[in-house]
Each structure stands twice: as structure tokens, then as C-alpha cells.
Ligand binder design. Structure first.
Ligand SMILES: *Cc1c(COP(=O)(O)O)cnc(C)c1O
Length: 405
């Protein structure tokens, strides 16, 4: 668990590093339109986080419906549950397909009904989720589909960006999720009427709040200064190791979110920082994909390991990190005992399924979700950061091979 002497800290995901020049005042005001053009979508709407984007989308849907229940995958980011709760809606959890983060088809059909407002489909870990199952179930019960693409900016299905087949979708611009303005979100929708509803909803719901914006601006400066193999030891690795030593895996994984969800406008300075950095995103994402595809066979050759990858020719995910599913929980735990906190970009994505976080007990209903629990117990993520260079990657896979044999 202790890092090797002199070792660096590999960030857990392939986040785009900021440059000093990004931080100058008077950056371009076209963050949303630049990213929209890159993705090939008509429009994107900037919000202060992925979670806030989901709150705006759910509020717009709830305003046009008497339905009150939102179906979530039992294994996802706890913020998703907090967003549903913030909107005064009910959470209904759905179990997963075996060994994957996709919904189980039968479980989803059983979870949907006359009160289902929306199904949240999650393009987890850069991968393209099985949307068809959700679209089918939504159509047969009259619910909407929201695509949670927080981790999948740039992923494509049928040659188009994810987020357009459901009624609405969102990307996250949080720290460590690809392009970052420390906290931010991008909302999208295929249908112009839905886009208009998201805009009016946001205008009604989200105030300007200079204190929050000031705080995020300071945090963004800190992030720009520290995001790298040295700074990350201080800002990320050391607190994580302290949490692990204290026996607090939820804190170590950063799953301990505050129940309050800030809603405020993103200011022009952070928008300009994001717009400048976004110019480097297409080439950065391409390099990450090349690196991932080159490394994928080595990971797939590890004994008993499944690596989540694109399953069909018309799916092109992105590669912030690799998601591995190990043969059993004992082996996964053995790997984490050695490598989580070692500064090598290895850790669990989320520690628990949603009903298993103590701090969410009052919000998330208890649920029998054995496949999701199995997925949480057997999976781990490995960074696709460029700071994990070929030498470190080879050393890491050699250690994994030994631990798994
Ligand atoms: C991070 C994340 C969110 C929330 O996005 P923020 O920008 O951090 O609010 C939602 N869903 C998933 C799957 C995430 O990983």
C-alpha cells in the first residue's frame, strides 16, 4: 500500500492537463460550441457539474409529467442518487447483467412501470452502454431515457455522440474526468423542444452565485497547479493513503460526497479556461485511444481477467481508464491490498453498490441486487493516464500477472 520510494502518483484517469496559458483572463467564450463541434452535436448546455446537469434534466422531465420514479443502475456514482433525491423523486434500483455494468433486461422490465419518469442509462468507464434495452423498456412503459455519459465524453454509437438517443444526456467536466474546469457539466438533447425545456428549466432553477464561482475558480487554479505525477501525490495520493490506513475505503475512493448539491452558473473565466484547454482535447483523446488499444491485449491476457471494451463495430468508447473484472472477489481484494494507494493508478471505480453506502441509507432504498454487488466486488480500474508510461505499465501488468496466477 505504501508507494515506492521516489515514486510518482499516476492520476486514476487520463485527465487533460491544464497549461499556464489556459488560465489567462479573457479566454474564448465558446467552450460549449467548440466541444459541440468536435462531437458533431447541435448544441451543448453548460452547467456547474454533471450532477447539476442531471438535476436540470430530471426537473424538466418532472415538470411535464406526474410520474415520480427514476430507475438507476445499482452500481453507479453516488452523486446520481443524490441528484434524484434533490429533485424530490423516488429512486428505484435495477440489478445489472452478469459481469457488466449494463442493466439486466428482465430486472429492468420488472423495475419499470406506470410511475417511471426516467431510466438513467450509464456509459460507465468510457464504454458505450447497452442503450437498446433501456430504450425498449422506456418505450413500453412511457418513460424517458437519460444517458449518463459523465465518464464518456467523446464516446460514439452508430457514428454519433452518445447522449442523443435518449431524451437527454450529460457529460461531466469534473476534476479528473477528461476535460475539466474543476466542476462542470454539459447537457445535450436530440430534440429541439427538449433543449428548450432544459434551457428554461436551468434559467429558472440555477442562480448566479459568486461565492461558489469564486471557490471553484480557486479550486481550478489548485487543480491546474497540482494535476501531474508530483502534485497528485500531495493532493490525491497522500490523503487517499491516509483514508486507507484509517480503514475508510469510501473516503479513499472519493465516494463520500456531500448530500448538498451546489447549483450555480459557471463564470466566464472558468469557461474560458475550458475553451482553451478544449482545443487540445481531440488530439489528447486520440492519443489516449491509441494507447488503450495498444495496451488492451496485454490486460486481456491476464489470467481470468475480462476487460470491458467496445462490443460492436458501431460502438466507439473512450478510454479514461480500463475497467477490469476479475474472476473472484478474493483475487480482486488481493490485488487492491497490494496496489490501491501505491500511486500506480489502480483502484476500485466505486467501492459499493448504491444501497451499501451507509451515508446514503436515508435516500437509497434497500434492494436485492446480487449482480451489482458481484460487479462491485470483482471489478477494478487501471488508469490510462499518459504518465503511466510503457515501462510502468509493463511493471504493473507483471505484478498483476503474479498476483492473479
Ligand atoms: C462523476 C459522475 C457523475 C457526476 O458528475 P459530476 O460532474 O462529478 O457532478 C455522474 N455519473 C457518473 C457515472 C459519474 O462518474
Amino acid at each position: 500500500m505504501a508507494p515506492e520510494p521516489g515514486a510518482v502518483e499516476i492520476p486514476p484517469t487520463a485527465g487533460l492537463p491544464l497549461r499556464a496559458g489556459d488560465l489567462l483572463p479573457a479566454g474564448p467564450a465558446d467552450l460549449e460550441t467548440f466541444v459541440a463541434r468536435w462531437l458533431g452535436v447541435d448544441a451543448l448546455q453548460l452547467e456547474c457539474s454533471g450532477t447539476a446537469s442531471l438535476v436540470v434534466a430530471l426537473t424538466a422531465l418532472a415538470g411535464a409529467s406526474a410520474r415520480k420514479t427514476v430507475v438507476l443502475p445499482a452500481y453507479t456514482c453516488p452523486l446520481v442518487a443524490l441528484a434524484v433525491h434533490r429533485c424530490g423523486l423516488r429512486i428505484r434500483l435495477c440489478d445489472l447483467a452478469p459481469g457488466h455494468f449494463d442493466f439486466d433486461r428482465d430486472a429492468l422490465a420488472a423495475a419499470c412501470g406506470a410511475d417511471t419518469l426516467a431510466i438513467v442509462v450509464t456509459h460507465l468507464a468510457g464504454r458505450v452502454a447497452d442503450l437498446d434495452t433501456a430504450l425498449d423498456c422506456a418505450a413500453s412503459c412511457g418513460a424517458a431515457v437519460i444517458e449518463d455519459a459523465a465518464q464518456s465524453l467523446g464516446a460514439r454509437r452508430h457514428g454519433r455522440s452518445v447522449g442523443l438517443e435518449g431524451d437527454a444526456g450529460f457529460f461531466s467536466l469534473a476534476a479528473g474526468k477528461g476535460l475539466s474546469i474543476f466542476e462542470g457539466g454539459l447537457l445535450l438533447a436530440r430534440d429541439p423542444a427538449m433543449r428548450a425545456a432544459l434551457q428554461t428549466g436551468s434559467a429558472r432553477l440555477v442562480p448566479a452565485d459568486w461565492r461558489w464561482e469564486l471557490r471553484r475558480s480557486v479550486e481550478l487554479l489548485g487543480y491546474a497547479a497540482l494535476y501531474g505525477p508530483r502534485g497528485m501525490r500531495l493532493a490525491y495520493g497522500n490523503p487517499q493513503r491516509a483514508a486507507l490506513r484509517a480503514g475508510d475505503p469510501v473516503r479513499a475512493a472519493g465516494d463520500d460526497f456531500s448530500l448538498a448539491i451546489p447549483l450555480h452558473r459557471v463564470g466566464p473565466w472558468r469557461r474560458g479556461v475550458g475553451a482553451r484547454a478544449a482545443r487540445r482535447l481531440p488530439a489528447f483523446a486520440e492519443a489516449a485511444t491509441r494507447r488503450a488499444l495498444q495496451r488492451l491485449p496485454r490486460l486481456q491476457s491476464l489470467p481470468g481477467v475480462q476487460v470491458l471494451h467496445d462490443r460492436r463495430p458501431d460502438e466507439q468508447g473512450v478510454w479514461p481508464f480500463f475497467m477490469l473484472v476479475l474472476p473472484d472477489a478474493a483475487r480482486r481484494d488481493r490485488v487492491l491490498a497490494q496496489l490501491w494507494g501505491a500511486g500506480l493508478g489502480v483502484g476500485p471505480l466505486f467501492v459499493h453498490t448504491l444501497p451499501d453506502y451507509d451515508y446514503l441509507r436515508a435516500i437509497v432504498p434497500a434492494a436485492d441486487v446480487p449482480r451489482a454487488r458481484d460487479f462491485a466486488a470483482r471489478s477494478l480500474s487501471i488508469s490510462n493516464s499518459h504518465w503511466l508510461d510503457d515501462g510502468r505499465f509493463d511493471a504493473l501488468t507483471a505484478r498483476l500477472a503474479k498476483l492473479l496466477s
